[in-house]
Each structure stands twice: as C-alpha cells, then as structure tokens.
Design a protein around this ligand. Structure first.
Ligand code: COA
Length: 439
C-alpha cells in the first residue's frame, strides 16, 4: 500500500465517531450548495445532545437545514452568509442570524479571521490514484474553508463528479474521512412560462454574438439561456451555472471561442442544477472551477470581453435601487455575487460590459395580493443589494429600462414604462407627486 492509502485507512471512521471532533462553542462551516455533506450533517444533528452553542455557517444550502429548527436552538445557531429557504424562519424568529458579504470576499474573510472556522465539514469525490479528492460541484469558499479550518472532516462520496480546476484536496488535509455514497443534491429547475420567455427575449437583445455571460440564481437566468439559441460563440464566466448551459454547449452556441481570458473554458465557482449538469461537468476539460475570489473578483470579471451579467431582484425603486435579498425586514436570500458582477461588468476593460437585472414585473405576496416589483420607494426595513450608481439595465417582460447615466426622473420614467400595465397609472401618479412634474 502506498502512504496515502495507509493514511486514508487510518482516518476512516463512522459519521457518528467523526462528529465527536466538533466541540461545544465551535464554529462549523459546510462546503457549499450541492457539496453539503449530508451524512456528516445528519450525524451532527443526531448527536445534538452532545453540543451547546455550535455556530453553523454556509451560503446556499440544498440540505434539509434541520439544525436551524427551534428545537435545536440551544445546540446550534445558524449564521448564514446567504439565506436559503430552510433558514428563513430561524432568522425571522430571532434565533438565527445573517452576515451580509460580497461572495468574492468570503475566502478573504476566512483568511483574515472575520469568519472564524473551527471545523469544516466537506464532501468530496473518492480519491484518485495519487490521493487527491475533487470538491466537485463547489470550489468557491469551500477550498479556503478546508485550508483554514483546524479540523476537517470529509464525506467521501463516490457519486461526486470530478471537476477540473482548483478543486483538488489531498487526503492528508483531512482529519477524518467517512465513506458515504449518495446522489448529489439537485436544484429544482424552475418552470419557464410566458413571462420568463418574454424577459429572456428582451435580455437576448442585449447579448451580442461572442459575449461572455454570467448567470445568477433564480428562475430568470435559465429562461434567458432558452432565448439565446440563435446566438453564436458565447462564453461563460459565471459564479454558478445550471442545466440551461448544458443545452447551449451541446447546441454549439456556447463554445468559449471568443474569450480572451481563459479561452475554451466555462469558468465557474459552483454548479447547481440536476444530475444532467453534474454528469456534463464530470472530467470535462471544457469546465474549469476556480475559487470565488478569482471568478467573482470585479477586476477579473472586467478582463472578460463583452461581459453580460444577468441577475434577478425582488424589487427596484424609482431611483434604481435594487433590492434582491430582503422583503421588508425579512432576510430572504443573500448578496451573493450580484454586486461583484455588476461592478466587474462596469469596469470592463473593453468598455462593453452590461449589468442586467431581470425580473417579472409583479409578484404575489404571501397574503395572495399582487404587487408591482417596480415601486416608488423600497419597503421599510429592506436592504439595497445593488446601489443606484451600480444599476445599469432593468428588464421585465414589458421591456428594458436603461438606468446608467440617467437622472432620477429619467430612471423613474424608464422603469414605469416597463412596469405591469395594471400598476402604471398609480406609479405615474406617484411620479408626479414626487417630482412635481407631469409623467
Ligand atoms: N415582495 C414580496 N414578495 C416577493 C417580492 C416582493 N417584492 N418579489 C418576489 N416575491 C416573492 C415571490 O412571489 C416568490 O414567492 P413564492 O416563493 O411564494 O412563489 C418569492 O418571493 C421568490 O421570488 P422569485 O422571483 O420566484 O425568486 P427567484 O427564485 O427567481 O429568486 C432572487 C430571485 C432575487 C431572490 C434571487 O435572484 C436572489 O437571491 N438574488 C440575490 C443574489 C444574487 O443575485 N446572486 C447572483 C449570483 S448567484
């Protein structure tokens, strides 16, 4: 047996044994999104009685989030860096918390100790013949969490794809390994309806052949991809990608041939979709994962040619303040990479970058009432995700509003013109009250 194999055997243990390495008061971080190690997380929850005041941090979670339930509030406290649906209640009810952060800064926060980590729970592929495991579907902050944590417990999952790039971790970096094979968590692919298709068409009109794309989280970005089938020579430099990218690569629309930075490669920091996406990325030299302090760094994004960023929002006010992660005082999601990409595109060295916020014109509130997502004022308690200075294009199913370089009145007019027709009159009346001039 080679040395790494001996080391691997000596570190191999059960999940219930491994989680004894977590101590009360520890700060525990999981590797991201689809690489949340559910066998280890389940064992931690099963052994909850052994802990007090363990802080759990991660960004997007595709897991069950049981540790954030009220019955565990003396055991675990969630401090999320991006609020997934499973954490919303804990944060709304006051026993969980949220830290706002630009995604590209997370590794640096870990290095500088702003985000302290005592234990990292990771999920990786089976080791290769040299003892290296791939982080597979998530590279982002996960690599730095493993490097910085004094204790690293790895779930070895032979279903984790091997994705090339900065994803490889040698088994010597793990303190304990637990073999547990299970499918990689999948994200439900949003249904694309007429509204999404109309939004997609407007966005497509802003995408030139040869553009480099970033696609954000939510229903809209994949709908935009469905509208890009007639484009040529597109490239990907994106925080995440989902299944829609696979279709366009297979159709020859995305070929990364015009990219000046990392030509020939889809550059991403995590993958979130279904098995179709994970199989596509597995040992695919056309997909390269880089850490988020590279992929999302505005100065790196700026080096891409014809950079077009497409993200979504919950609400936009007349001034172009973009609210994407809160609904009033409720923390709904996170900042993620939205501002990283809006700013990176704005700094584009070829002066061609575009930052698009694409969203349906209306939303249904919890009480069933319909509201306009274009509003005179942001809701009381809401946080601005992208500032009015950073806002560039806003797209709804009714058209495109250009905001950059526009005055307050021009912004408001452009936005009202793409609001849902049902709300335009009341928005126009609000415009007249506010600006003391006719709409
Ligand atoms: N007021 C009240 N409720 C609203 C609302 C508003 N202004 N806007 C949307 N909602 C409701 C919707 O009706 C929907 O309710 P439901 O879940 O009961 O159907 C829910 O909020 C989610 O809205 P939806 O538009 O479907 O969300 P999405 O899945 O498309 O995601 C964001 C949109 C903005 C939440 C998402 O893009 C995000 O988290 N962005 C911030 C981070 C980011 O952009 N990162 C980019 C790189 S990954």
């Amino acid at each position: 047996m080679t040395t790494w194999k001996t080391e691997y055997e000596s570190k191999k243990t059960s999940a219930d044994e491994a989680v004894k390495l977590i101590k009360s008061g520890d700060k525990v971080v999981f590797t991201h999104a689809g690489s949340e190690p559910s066998a280890l997380v389940d064992a931690m929850v099963r052994n909850a009685d052994n802990y007090r005041d363990v802080t759990i941090s991660n960004m997007v979670s595709l897991g069950k989030g049981e540790y954030s339930r009220p019955e565990y509030k003396d055991r675990f406290e969630i401090n999320s860096w991006f609020v997934s649906s499973c954490f919303r209640q804990a944060i709304a009810d006051g026993y969980g918390d949220f830290t706002p952060v630009f995604f590209h800064e997370v590794p640096n926060y870990i290095r500088r100790g702003f985000f302290k980590i005592d234990v990292c729970l990771a999920m990786v592929s089976a080791p290769d013949e040299h003892g290296y495991c791939s982080l597979g579907v998530a590279c982002d902050y996960s690599v730095q969490a493993i490097k910085s944590a004094p204790v690293v417990i790895a779930q070895i999952n032979d279903q984790m794809p091997v994705v090339y790039g900065d994803t490889f971790i040698h088994i010597s970096e793990f303190d304990a390994v637990v073999e547990a094979s299970e499918p990689i968590p999948e994200m439900k692919i949003p249904v694309i309806g007429e509204t999404e298709l109309a939004i997609g068409k407007h966005c497509a009109s802003l995408v030139e052949d040869g553009s480099t794309l970033q696609l954000g989280i939510g229903a809209i970005p994949d709908a935009v991809l469905a509208s890009l089938k007639d484009k040529k020579n597109l490239g990907i430099h994106s925080e995440m990608i989902s299944d829609g990218v696979v279709d366009l690569v297979e159709a020859g629309v995305i070929n990364n041939s015009q990219k000046k930075l990392n030509p020939g490669k889809c550059i991403v920091t995590f993958l979130m979709g279904t098995k179709k996406l994970y199989d596509f990325a597995n040992r695919n030299p056309g997909v390269e994962m880089r850490t988020v302090d590279y992929v999302n760094h505005p100065m790196v994004i700026a080096q891409n040619n014809n950079m077009v960023c497409i993200n979504s929002a919950l609400a936009v006010d007349f001034m172009g303040q973009i609210v994407s992660d809160s609904i009033g005082t409720q923390q709904f999601s996170g900042v993620g990479g939205q501002v990283d990409f809006m700013r990176g595109a704005a700094m584009s060295l070829d002066n061609k970058g575009k930052g698009i916020i694409a969203m349906p014109s209306v939303a249904r509130k919890k009480d069933g009432s319909m509201i306009s997502k274009i509003t005179p004022f942001i809701e009381h308690g809401a946080a601005v995700t992208t500032s009015r200075q950073d806002a560039d294009y806003v797209v709804t199913e009714y058209g495109i509003a250009k905001l950059k370089g526009k005055t307050l009145k021009q912004r408001a007019r452009n936005l009202i013109n793409i609001a849902h027709p049902r709300f335009r009159d009341e928005l126009a009346a609000e415009f007249e009250r506010r600006f003391l001039t006719t709409f």
